[in-house]
Design a protein around this ligand. Sequence first.
Ligand SMILES: [Zn+2]
Length: 356
Amino acid sequence: MNNRFELEKGSRKYICPNCGKMSFVYYRINGNGAIIHESVGRCDRIEKCGYHKKPREWFNEHPTIRPDYKSVKPIPEVTTNPISYIPLKYIDERANTRNSNFVYFLFNLFDWETIKKTIDPYFIGCTEDMAVVFPQIDEQGKCRTAKVQKYDRETGKRQGVYLYHGDKKIKPNLPNPYNLQMCLFGLHLIRSKNNIGKTVCICESEKSAIIAAGCMPEHIWMAAGALDWLNVEKLKPLRGWNIVLFPDTSTTGLAFKKWTKIADEATKAGLLVMVSTMLEDNCTDEEKANGYDLGDYLIDRILNKKQAIEPETPEEEPQAEQYSVSDDLKNMIRLNPAVQMLINNFDAVEVSTTES
Ligand SMILES: [Zn+2]
């Protein structure tokens, strides 16, 4: 009965919903390791921030939500208080500069025209110290927050990170307390007429999403922002869209398992979600140990020019049989040829709708 929730052990830290620094420890549900909500946990900057939201406190604030102890499911995210937003002028100011180290790194992969075409729809910005700003703009065109990420100029490896609503320059102009409800990076792209009918592909990192968008603009690319930031609630604005998830790899396949479970839940909720097995199937053990992701996979193929992903020739008849797809999926393919193309290109699997 005790300790249904525990602060995560170990040295792993996440972004604090209050100060936005990489100093947050989640409470996790014993049994399945799911988080309760991205705001429930403790900030390790005890003096400077002091944020600590206990599970009991959160459940008191959300009386309609009760943890399902028996099946230890992650609890769906709900909004009882109005969601807080960052006025778009702060994002526009940021979007005016394309000088971040991240964009500089993209020059290793793409030409300037491709880079502009790829990054501008995301309103990607830059801070004074060259960190990239990845805004989370929702399906109504409102900005929930932005992830500010420093990358090494040459290697593209991540350095520091924080959430923009915690930035001391804009914080005084934002609601206090700030009711953070994050959304998928790139979610606003479903508002564009040009994107109707495209398949929505979701990676873990914004970097992967952008690189993939540069390579495959025929799809809409979004990012969860972190492994634990994806949940069924965040997928709900995508009802009616074909969705394919691209979890990162690891030695244990943890991300793949977690996201497959979310896809399964989302499918039960009536969404059209599949999970790509491409990375699981094709990455070496060493690559998996390094947490290889879609961005890494594409970078390797662009830079080494090895086995670049072959574009599907439109004349070619879809060969559904050889993938032994179910009738449901066949119907989905008929509705949207992009799904067949994704299966060909990415080994996407249909998510089972039965308990496993
Ligand atoms: Zn904090």
